[in-house]
Design a protein around this ligand. Structure first.
Ligand code: SF4
Ligand code: SF4
Length: 407
């Protein structure tokens, strides 16, 4: 049997192999389909084909479960009138007040579990300390915290998330589903000094890898994470961590995104990337040597680009651009960065901003973000530092730019 893959964006492209292993694709369908568009050798068609040409063919939604899958499902069922039974990965859902991270992510530290990172103080980042060492009890601590918040939001009561700008009315799954993202954190040093860094650890703390590993295994056993969950490894620079071999061993069975500044080319990291289902995320934040040095505190722009080229031969990469007012929001840097993205073809080009700047985004920065959104491959504004309203504004500015060009 063949299936329509609904959604041809970055998520569909990243997980195409996973979807294809289970379901034989017939075509992609996407609201943003362009005439003659082909993806992985398959045509990308507009939604109308599901209604008129292939009205019996089953559908798999290939959109990110954390951001958008349920909204797409809602659009298919309520606006296009497609029967839920035709959607193979349909999930019962409802609209309520929540946020993407509360529904889908968790951060684990050696002594606590946190629902989200605090967006440089923009949100309260609910957390609970572990008073126990048993992995089962640690998971219970997390579940109690999350359920208490969800219930309070549902009832309109004050809770740890009250007042957070990321709260919105959104579709949430009724049945428990695995988390989509788990960040594994431990303090360690870095060989750069980025102006916006909030991970100022100047020492690498000894970590109990066994405790992290047991917790991850228990999360797996309890259904809290599964093979589709993306683990991220951030804080400090992993390529200089003395225990990185053990850390990579612990994580190798999972889908994993590793953050590195790529100042060094590390064989262990490169081998880890080559094990499959691994992605390297590098914040470049500049298109020129001068701007890079100003932001990162080191003159190694060309070396980073060379290492990125090498890493991209071993695995998938994500390139990130953290916009900083009056530093890298200019044509010269943005153009050169877009050229780099076109050369390296990252699975995502992430658009972000300095989280510690609370001022509204200037018109100039908004225009540069929108331009990157249009011109860089697989570009997406990300929620670690941008509010929902800012992301909506980037989208609408980009749409306006496209319209102006067409005139
Ligand atoms: S609503 Fe805000 S504080 Fe609560 S989990 Fe979401 S981002 Fe964090
Ligand atoms: S590369 Fe990352 S950890 Fe290192 S200074 Fe920059 S932001 Fe901080």
């Amino acid at each position: 049997m063949k299936y329509i893959f609904y959604g041809a964006g970055g998520y569909a492209q990243e997980y195409f192999d996973n979807f294809r292993k289970q379901y034989e694709p017939f075509c992609f369908v996407d609201q943003a389909a362009k005439e003659g568009q082909i993806l992985f050798g398959l045509p990308v068609l507009p939604p109308s084909v599901m209604l008129y040409q292939y009205s019996d063919m089953p559908i798999i939604i290939t959109c990110n479960p954390a951001y958008g899958k349920l909204d797409v499902q809602d659009y298919l069922v309520r606006e296009l009138g497609i029967a839920p039974t035709r959607i193979i990965n349909y999930e019962p859902y409802r609209y309520t007040t929540s946020c993407a991270t509360l529904e889908n992510t968790v951060l684990i530290f050696k002594d606590r579990i946190s629902i989200c990172c605090n967006g440089a103080g923009r949100n309260p980042s609910p957390y609970a300390f572990f008073s126990v060492s048993s992995p089962t009890e640690k998971i219970k601590v997390y579940r109690v915290l999350r359920e208490a918040i969800k219930n309070a939001l549902e009832m309109g009561r004050e809770c740890a998330c009250s007042g957070c700008p990321y709260l919105e009315k959104r579709a949430v799954a009724l049945n428990q589903r695995p988390l989509t993202d788990v960040a594994v954190n431990f303090a360690h040093t870095c060989n750069l000094k980025c102006s916006y860094c909030n991970s100022k650890s100047d020492k690498t703390e000894a970590i109990n890898i066994l405790a992290y590993s047991e917790l991850l295994q228990e999360m797996k056993r309890s259904g809290l994470i599964d093979a589709t969950t993306q683990l991220t490894l951030a804080s400090g620079e992993i390529s200089i961590h003395s225990s990185r071999r053990e850390i990579f061993d612990m994580l190798k069975e999972f889908q994993c995104t590793v953050f590195s500044n790529c100042v060094l080319f590390d064989d262990l990291l490169s081998d880890f990337l080559a094990t499959g289902n691994k992605v390297l995320n590098c914040s470049v934040d500049a298109g020129t040597r001068e701007t890079y040095a100003m932001i990162k505190g080191a003159n190694c722009f060309e070396r980073v680009l060379e290492n990125l080229r090498s890493y991209s031969l071993h695995g998938k990469i994500i390139l990130k651009y953290i916009f900083i007012e009056d530093v890298n929001d200019n044509n010269k840097d943005v153009d050169a960065f877009i050229r780099l993205c076109r050369e390296l073809n990252p699975i995502y080009t992430q658009i972000s901003r300095d989280r510690f700047n609370p001022s509204p985004i200037s018109n100039n920065m908004m225009n540069q973000m929108a331009r990157m959104f249009i011109e860089a491959p697989n570009a997406q504004p990300i929620r670690d530092s941008l509010t929902n309203d800012e992301i909506i504004c980037i989208n609408s500015t980009a749409k306006q730019m496209i319209k102006n060009k067409q005139k």
